[in-house]
Design a protein around this ligand. Structure first.
Ligand SMILES: CC(C)(COP(=O)(O)OP(=O)(O)OC[C@H]1O[C@@H](n2cnc3c(N)ncnc32)[C@H](O)[C@@H]1OP(=O)(O)O)[C@@H](O)C(=O)NCCC(=O)NCCS
Length: 146
């Protein structure tokens, strides 16, 4: 499988994808910090054309979190995001662990993606983002409450 751990040499490609999609603004230092953190599971998808996607998880048992997942625009809708998501979730025992995430309320593409993969909406955090947009909060278990 062309999924492997992210390393420092991958960061320029990761920043390129992040910039192309303009959904997050982490800088090089933040990715470096994530790669080194013992609880971080940061991975890339390396296809024939180089790095086409990446994901960053915090593996913390019942408080695990998906911080970021992205697939280059031209490589989207081919299953790469699903592979990255499964690679991270497979590090958890979802009978006892839980993975949380937050996403912009208007990011329908990502929300469809998460809902397709069994994440449940459990709340909305009002004006969470700097531009005033709400965050939709998801987790891998629990009832939908709004
Ligand atoms: C979310 C994202 C990672 C999905 O990656 P992907 O490789 O396209 O996903 P997959 O091909 O594995 O899965 C496709 C599923 O995602 C959802 N999806 C993807 N593109 C979509 C679109 N344009 N419109 C609606 N739903 C879409 C659908 O549920 C789709 O399933 P379907 O094809 O059966 O309808 C990708 O769209 C992306 O990088 N978005 C920009 C970055 C982002 O917003 N990240 C999440 C916030 S942290």
């Amino acid at each position: 499988m062309p999924i492997r751990k992210m390393n420092s040499a991958d960061i320029p490609a990761v920043l390129r994808i992040q910039g192309e999609l303009a959904f997050q603004d982490w800088n090089e230092r933040q990715y470096e910090r994530e790669i080194k953190a013992p609880y971080t599971y940061a991975i890339v998808y390396e296809g024939d054309l180089g790095i086409e996607g990446y994901a960053v998880f915090h593996l913390l048992g019942a408080d695990s979190e998906l911080l970021s997942i992205a697939v280059s625009e031209s490589a989207q809708r081919k299953g790469i995001g699903s592979k990255l998501l499964h690679a991270g979730l497979s590090q958890l025992d979802l009978k006892s662990d839980c993975c949380f995430l937050e996403v912009r309320e208007n990011n329908i593409k990502a929300r469809n993606f998460y809902e397709k993969h069994g994440f449940n909406l459990f709340g909305i955090r009002k004006k969470y983002y700097a531009d005033g947009e709400n965050a939709a909060l998801y987790r891998t278990e629990g009832a939908q409450i709004g």
